[in-house]
Design a protein around this ligand. Structure first.
Ligand code: RIB
Ligand code: CA
Length: 338
């Protein structure tokens, strides 16, 4: 991973800003979005679909996570319908994790997986075939290191594809993951973030795959929070996307604000899209990360060697901070296009 050495003002020393493929590259990023919509997933999908100059969304692959697979697959198709992008295929994937029993987040995302919004059965159905076969076929046929994968939910689909056909790594340029937690604890357990907690075995497979990995954990997503002014700038769009995103955020941020005593709500998954569009909004460093899949209080924890105590191979770029206003300005500017 080419990187520029950059010092973060008042930071913890060297910060490696990965000069990722983002919007710095002339060619659009060929992108597969793996997702469990999910309130913040839908916002991320609208964000990506509103950015065709930079992101060529080739397909969505769905996974059980926030809610069951049938609902995440419906909500993914709804997001495409709302963005006017029904031509993008949706492949349904894993209905349960690799090993553990399924866990869902209906307490956050509601029974339908889409708080604050009326849902319906989209006109367009699912694509033929399942997500794992699609990932394998697409990544084996892809030019070397040409495909980027945004992972917005449990990493079960990509893990199953890697286990069945490890050679698919050849087609992967970068995997950008919303998941994990290091500095300030978890959101589904004292130490674990939901996507990792929902399938730590899958995360272990992806962490060991050798793919170029970027993690956007709670460490950064809990610093990029809504505010009254940011909600107003979205509402002021006066368009359908602004209304959808505003209604979703209004329906789900209260829980986080009350639970963590924070002044606004996070938009976890949308930070992955912002990273792809404008990586300079974020900073972090290359580290060694392992996922804990042992039963017990640390189940699902990401152990991040931030100070390189083990001198172990650096298998992920861990983002720990970002420009919150820059994020909301970019999100709002893109939603205005839908
Ligand atoms: O912990 C936040 C993550 O879990 C987000 O991806 C959210 O959609 C849920 O899947
Ligand atoms: Ca998600």
């Amino acid at each position: 991973m080419p990187a520029l050495l950059q010092y973060r003002a008042g930071g913890r020393g060297n910060v490696l800003m990965s000069n990722t493929t983002g919007s710095q590259s002339a060619q659009p990023i060929d992108l597969i979005i793996d997702t469990d919509p999910g309130a913040d997933d839908v916002i991320a999908l609208l964000f990506a679909l509103a950015s065709p100059q930079e992101l060529n969304v080739r397909a969505l692959t769905t996974v059980a996570g926030n809610v069951r697979l049938d609902k995440t697959s419906r909500n993914a198709r709804l997001a495409l319908e709302w963005a006017g992008c029904e031509h993008v295929p949706v492949y349904a994937g894993a209905s349960k994790p690799l090993v553990r029993k399924p866990v869902y987040a209906e307490h956050v995302h509601g029974e339908e997986g889409l708080p604050g919004v009326a849902v319906h059965e989209p006109k367009r159905g699912l694509a033929e075939g399942n997500a794992i076969d699609f990932l394998i076929d697409t990544l084996l046929a892809a030019r070397p290191h040409s495909m980027t994968i945004a992972m917005l939910g449990p990493q079960t689909n990509l893990a199953l594809a890697l286990l069945r056909e490890p050679q698919i790594v050849q087609g992967i340029k970068q995997v950008v993951v919303m998941g994990g937690a290091h500095f300030n604890g978890g959101n589904i357990s004292p130490v674990a973030e939901f996507n990792l907690f929902a399938d730590p075995h899958a995360a272990e497979v992806v962490l060991k795959s050798g793919a170029d990995l970027v993690y956007l954990p709670l460490d950064v997503t809990h610093k990029i929070l809504t505010s009254e002014a940011r909600l107003e700038q979205i509402a002021a769009l006066n368009n359908k996307a602004g209304k959808l995103v505003g209604d979703i955020l209004q329906a789900c941020i209260g829980g986080d604000m009350a639970r963590y005593g924070i002044p606004g709500g996070p938009v976890h998954d949308a930070t992955v899209i912002a990273y792809l569009l404008k990586p300079a909004l974020f900073s972090g460093r290359s580290v060694n990360v392992v996922a804990d899949s042992r039963e017990g209080p640390t189940f699902g924890q990401t152990i991040v060697d931030w100070y390189d105590s083990l001198n172990a191979p650096k298998n992920a770029f861990w983002v720990d901070s970002g420009d919150a206003q820059g994020f909301f300005d970019l999100l709002t500017e893109r939603l205005a296009r839908l």
